[in-house]
Ligand binder design. Structure first.
Ligand code: SF4
Length: 226
């Protein structure tokens, strides 16, 4: 059953800096809540649904990024609000957006003329419209103890793996081994250096060339935009 309300942390309009849609003017819709527990997470403000941080939709929309505050928003109200922005590409992110059933939201966004992308850790079942672009950025062996689901790997349109050391390449190989060659052929596989570290970037470049994978750079961080 789809949810009629979703917990929202922030909305902002920017340029998509990563993966297949790099360069696309986008509206980022950050949902609140994530139990995955990545040590290097740069959106820790989206982890908890604390009652004392709950506020109004207007406050969340006005606050800009990085605050712990969140609100419940009706899906119809959210879609109507998103139509007031210029961009027509939506990025659903978190937090971990796949904590929630997003079929109704993504279906309504697409029927309203948006293209729709979701970014998920792959640790929860992905419930979105069939034409929603799914980016799985697998978070392996994180503190929360969640496993990467086969169903998430199969559904992914792109697999964008964060990398800082050889161990992360090995993790990606183990994940791809769970797919058939035919399934892998339907996806773009990216390495994305963690935190713009020089060593991570060099490892990612060398490995992408050797393996015919794609490089995803967090261009928004180099540009110092949100
Ligand atoms: S899955 Fe994403 S939001 Fe959750 S802890 Fe990891 S990086 Fe942060």
């Amino acid at each position: 059953m789809s949810m009629t309300k979703l917990p929202l942390n922030e909305i902002f309009e920017s340029i998509q800096g990563e993966g297949s849609f790099t360069g696309a003017p986008s509206i980022f819709v950050r949902l609140q809540g994530c139990p995955v527990g990545c040590a290097w997470c740069d959106t820790k403000h989206s982890w908890y649904l604390k009652p004392e941080d709950k506020t109004s939709f207007e406050t969340v929309v006005a606050k800009g990024g990085d605050g712990d505050s969140w609100c419940d928003v009706e899906i119809d109200h959210l879609v109507t609000h998103l139509l007031t922005y210029q961009a027509r590409h939506i990025v659903l992110t978190g937090g971990e957006p796949c904590l929630y059933d997003l079929v109704e939201l993504t279906t309504k966004l697409i029927s309203s003329g948006f293209s729709c992308q979701i970014e998920t850790s792959g640790t929860f079942e992905i419930k979105v419209a069939a034409s929603c672009h799914v980016t799985v950025s697998p978070k392996v062996a994180m503190k929360g103890g969640f496993k990467i689901l086969d169903s998430a790997l199969v559904r992914a349109n792109e697999i964008k793996h964060p990398v800082a050391m050889q161990r992360h390449i090995d993790e990606l190989d183990a994940l791809l081994a769970r797919l058939t060659p035919e399934q892998i052929a339907t996806k773009k596989v990216y390495l994305q250096p963690i935190s713009q570290q020089n060593r991570a970037t060099k490892l990612a470049i060398d490995t992408c060339i050797a393996r015919n994978w794609w490089l995803s750079i967090q261009t928004h961080k180099y540009l110092d935009i949100q």
